[in-house]
Structures are given as C-alpha cells and as structure tokens.
Design a protein around this ligand. Sequence first.
Ligand SMILES: Cc1ncc(COP(=O)(O)O)c(C=O)c1O
Length: 450
Amino acid sequence: MKKKHYSRRKFIATVSIGSIGAIAAGSISPFKNISFVESSNADKLAILGGTPVAPNKVWPDWPYVDHEMINQISKTVRSGIWSRIQSQTGTVPTFEKEYAALMGTKRCVATGSGTQALSSCVEAMGIGAGDEVITSPYTDMGTVSSILTARALPVLADLDPESYQLDPADVERKITAKTKAIMPVHMMGQPCDIKSIMSIAKKHKLKVIEDACQAHFAKFEGKTLGTIGDVGCFSFQSSKTIACGEGGAVIGNDEKLMDLAFTVMMNGSAKITGTKYRMNELEGAILLGQLNGAKERFNLRNRNAKYLSSKLKGFPGLVPQKLYAGTDSGSFYLYPMSYKKEHFNNADRSKFLKAMQAEGISLSPYIANGLHREPWTDYIMNLKEYKKMYSPDRLNKYREDLNLPKTDQVCEEMVMIWASGPLLGSQSDMDDIINAIMKVYDNRDQLHLI
Ligand SMILES: Cc1ncc(COP(=O)(O)O)c(C=O)c1O
C-alpha cells in the first residue's frame, strides 16, 4: 500500500475513535506522527457523488444454512414424523433436551413462536383478567400481546435511555396491588438490569418472566439469560440468532410451572386451559441442525461487537448501547447506537442514515414508536372486558402513565445494525462500518445538502 496522505477515517478505524474527544479538547494534536492511508473519496459523501467507502457490500447470509441443517430437514421430511405427537424421540423433543442442556435448565418446552412461549408462561402462572404485568414499551408487540390475550393489563414502564432497557425505578413505581409479574425484556440480546429487577420482584413477591426472545446464550454474572427469573422465553423467528422461521421456547427449573407451560402448549387439560402452541418437527429439524455452531457464532458476534465498541469509545456522535456491570456477554441480535445529532451539525437522523447507506453501510432506526403510542392502548380502553375488570380510575391512570419520554428519546435516536448476519463478518467488515461512520462525520457539513 502506498504510504502518503493517509486519510483521517482510515486512521480512526485502525487506531481508535477514543482519541477524538482528546483531539477535540486540544489535549493531543490530531494525527501527529501517524502514517495515513491514501484515500480518493475522503472529502465528498457518496450520496453527493463521492466514492462509497464500501461499495457492493455483501454481509454473511442470514438465516444461516449449512449441510447439517439440510440433512436434518430431509431426514425429517422422509421420516413422515412431522408432528411432535408422533414420536417421543422426534426433532422437537430432542431439541428441547439439547436446548435445556445448553441453557443449563432442567426443562424446555418448545412452542410455535416467542409470543406463544410468553403466553404459555402467563397462562401457566394463572395470570388473567384483572391482573397486571409490568413490561417494556420498547419491544416486539408479541411481548405485550402475550399479556393482552390473557386479558391482563400490560403496564408499561419507561426506559434507561442509555441501555434501552427497563428502568427498574419506574418498574417499582408502577407496581399496584394487582401486579402479578414483571416481564423484563433483554433488549437487543443484551442483559437488562436484571439484578435490580429480581430484587424488586422479591421485595413485592412478584413472578418474573424473562423475555429473552433476542438473547440466546447471553450471560449476566455467570448466569445464562432466561435462567434468572422464574422462567425464560426465546424466539426462533427467522431474524433471530438461532432461527427456524417461526418458533419459540420456554426454559425453567420449576417442574410444576414447566408442566403447566407444557400442558398449555398441548391444548390444555383438566388442570389448565390452553390452545395449541406446538412447534412442528420440521422446525425442530432446522433448529437441531444449527445448534452445533451456534455458540461459535455467538462468540464471533461478541468479538465483533467489542471491536466496534472499542472503536467508538469516546466518540460523541454515536454512542453504543450501555451494558450493565455484570454483563458477561450479549447475543448481539442487534448492534444499537444512539445518534447524537448535535455532533453531526444538527442533521436529522434520516439524512445520516441516507448518507451511510450511500457509503455502503445500511443502518436502521428499528422501532419507530414505543408500544405506548400504538393503537392497541385505545382499543383495550374501550373493550368491554377491560371496562368490566378495571375501574375507570385505573384506566385513566393507565392512560396518564403512557407518557414515556425516555422511550420516545430512544426511538428518535436509535440507529442499529441488524447483527445476526453482519456481526459474523470479518474485522475488515467492522472497519468498513467505522470508516463509513467517520467519513460521514468528517463531512457532516454536507449533510444539509441531502
Ligand atoms: C423482545 C421480543 N419479544 C417477543 C418477541 C416475539 O417473538 P415471536 O416473533 O417469535 O413471536 C420478539 C420477536 O421479535 C422479540 O424480539
């Protein structure tokens, strides 16, 4: 490589963004004694006609497919055992055993989706009409719908805007005499403040259903997410880091509770009602076929996420998700950052995203609005069951409590990488991400031209 005018962004990708704060503060002179890499496109954003940083970028494919998985599927198709009720040793019962062993729990119940896993737990705990469950407004609708289908009230607490996770103080504020459980979400696949949530639950004698739908294999203080609360739920929907199209699982150690969750999944019985939440054997085959390499892929995502975060350290324009003390690892289903427009010449996030896309790196704003702003809240206020079960005062207070400014802030600032595939890339792929960010940052005065 020719050594001449090395560009600032190459330097940043290969050294660290951490120095930017110091440079800005004037404590070190910019790039002194550093060799820079020549660049022909440094001064013009690709969206304005410059050369993109990473043209035709191809990320590792997601969902992951290999021969082992295809063999499992064709074996299962040929066997004629397509439903778990046809065999005790089919792919679904086998997956349940293997997943429980990987997670370190006694039991696992496979379901048709993460939503069904959460619903099975709500039902198994006997939570129903008149009860309240506290959860996050920044999640998939499945979290909330598992509470709504039981005709219980999903009470939304606000977020810690730096971690995008439930704020335990607001969770505690939202507890009433009707609260039966907390459903914390490990958002983006990284641990929420589960330690504080568990101590609040203990103090108020509440059950905890961990929504670990995005958080396969992640650990907090040596414990696997999903094993810390009474039960943990996972999703295997296509985009997830372990995927089979649509699928889910409940894990836990409480045999009685897990028996009830199993019975709910199997249509219910004389002991408990339930609908049919069964995973089919083809989904089981896809899952079994990918368990072997899943931990390796998880480790690679962690290494790449750590690398990205080390490069962004101290850079004020994009701030990666805060991880709580005690976080050993994350699933990195997503790699999220807060976009601070004041450091990008006050350019709207949409302009930054367009500029990044033209450089060859697509970032997404993810969830447009917190669930507190979605129409289901109005719907349930007018539903006869809710009017019957919850007093007008309670419903009015419920509506007032839907003011969640920290969640709104997170929705406005979020820029994230769908990480299941991209974080399986090489270090040079990660450098492309950082280089594109820094090119846009260096040329932030051009963003108003977009
Ligand atoms: C945090 C969270 N909870 C619940 C769900 C629901 O899972 P599923 O789509 O498998 O029903 C999802 C899925 O996106 C999720 O991300």
